[in-house]
Design a protein around this ligand. Structure first.
Ligand SMILES: *Cc1c(COP(=O)(O)O)cnc(C)c1O
Length: 453
């Protein structure tokens, strides 16, 4: 498989080159030459296949000839000791993506990427330096994914004071090969600094650099897995029973799982979106042949993409702070990837855009807890409320699955004042005990280069 920059088809790179470079030299994002369809035998058995087998079949064509099958299978087993249950919360399907170690969906991309990098770089002497800008969850997932991995060094930039205390601790509490920089600015500043650093010739010569943002193709591809698995299940008329970390209120009634799903119906996914890596991975899964009807792109007041879908005009803007801070992105970087592969007209066929205010987000957290005893984190709440808003305007046919992108305990400072104590999953219990080891820098490229060089 060759990978090209979204800005030029002049040079095709291997998966290893595209993944390890991160961003294309011309500033574009890498995209695969084709989105490979599932074999028919795989496509028709997604509903019964094991999560690891779906992961293997999904990733294999993208790394064919570069990661041998046995290595890939091992890598997937190591990366995913957890999966993505599709649970019923009364009449609503929820795809719970927070059963990994940092309790957010970014574990799916980051854990695969860390292990793929380690394999692709086997035998290299110089360590690989990974630069990541995060609006919250990426940093923690990447830091956890790479922590202690030999030959890897990670620098995470996050907007100071704009991530939750727990997120900050997940980024800055590890130390060792993980360096945390608290930038006095917004997520867009962090992202801009990383972009400039990547184009800095001196730094490029001195170090082996890579990114780990959702702009990295190695993080994007594995995010297609859970879409395929969930779509397959719903199409087979199945869902999962809630697992250990499912955030039910023990004081409320036992979790219901009531609706019987009609087999043979493709699902619509409602995706809480910021940088649009998750949604792009969903588009890939659909194109590969997973039984997906379409998507709802739900944002907070950073509604650049919903506005684009409505008007055809793409107008990036500065990001605004909201309570769903991992989606505070005014200039979503994966938009370039989406629009390189799908026209506005095509996207309008596949996606509906909706945005949700903080006030409505808070209200739906209360409502869902009150009526169903299920805790939503603010990001998942944006999707839940966005779906309600869409449904008010038009009926949707077939099942709809909401992507639950983080465990509510990660955002306890927002959720608990609304609905009381949230059960903390095992994965998060010990995080807050350590020290925070961040260095504060201004949103200025010379300050960043000084730290990096
Ligand atoms: C990163 C993140 C999102 C947004 O995902 P994108 O791929 O950037 O659109 C949504 N919810 C949570 C909890 C996140 O961490």
């Amino acid at each position: 498989m060759y990978y090209y920059s979204t800005r030029s088809k002049a040079q095709g790179l291997s998966f290893a080159q595209a993944a390890l470079t991160g961003l294309a030299p011309d500033g574009g994002l890498f995209v695969p030459e084709i989105i490979p369809p599932y074999r028919a035998s795989v496509r028709t058995s997604l509903g019964t296949m094991d999560f690891h087998d779906i992961a293997f079949e999904t990733i294999k064509p993208y790394v064919y000839g570069e990661i041998p099958d046995t290595v890939l299978a091992d890598l997937i087993h190591e990366a995913y000791p957890f999966s993505a249950p599709l649970v019923q919360v009364e009449a609503q399907l929820v795809l719970e993506l927070f059963h990994g170690p940092t309790a957010a969906f970014k574990d799916f991309g980051a854990r695969f990427m860390a292990r793929a990098f380690a394999y692709l770089r086997r035998g290299e002497e110089q360590s690989l330096h990974i630069l990541v800008a995060t609006s919250g969850d990426t940093g923690g997932a990447v830091a956890a994914g790479f922590h202690g991995v030999e030959g890897m060094r990670v620098t995470v930039l996050y907007p100071k004071g704009r991530v939750s205390p727990l997120q900050e601790q997940q980024i800055a509490g590890l130390g060792g090969n993980i360096q945390a920089l608290a930038v006095e600015g917004t997520f867009d500043d962090c992202q801009r600094l990383v972009k400039i650093a990547f184009s800095d010739q001196t730094l490029q010569k001195q170090q082996a650099l890579s990114s780990a943002n959702s702009i990295n193709i190695a993080r994007l591809i594995p995010q297609s897995i859970y879409y395929a698995a969930a779509a397959g299940k719903a199409f087979a008329g199945k869902s999962d029973t809630p697992q250990g970390a499912s955030p039910w209120d023990a004081l409320k009634a036992a979790p219901p799982g009531t609706v019987s799903l009609k087999p043979g119906e493709p699902i619509t996914f409602c995706v809480p979106s910021g940088n649009f890596g998750n949604l792009t991975a969903g588009l890939y899964a659909m194109k590969m042949g997973a039984p997906i009807r379409g998507f709802i792109a739900a944002t907070n007041s950073n509604k650049t993409v919903p506005d684009y879908l409505a008007s055809g005009l793409y107008q990036p803007r500065p990001s605004q702070a909201t309570i769903s801070n991992a989606m505070d992105v005014g200039a979503p970087s994966n938009f370039e990837r989406m629009s390189a592969q799908w026209s506005w007209e095509a996207l309008r066929q596949l996606l509906q855009g909706v945005y949700v205010s903080d006030e409505a987000t808070r209200r739906i957290i209360e409502e869902v807890h009150h009526s169903q005893g299920y805790f939503l984190d603010p990001h998942t709440a944006v999707a839940w409320q966005g779906l309600n808003q869409i449904r008010r305007a038009a009926s949707l046919s077939g099942p709809v699955g909401i992507l639950a992108t983080a465990h509510p305990a990660k955002f306890a400072e927002i959720v608990e004042p609304l609905v009381g104590p949230v059960p903390v999953p095992e994965s998060l219990k010990h995080v807050m005990e350590g020290k925070t080891l961040a260095r504060i820098i201004p949103a200025d490229i010379s300050a960043l280069l000084e730290v990096l060089c």
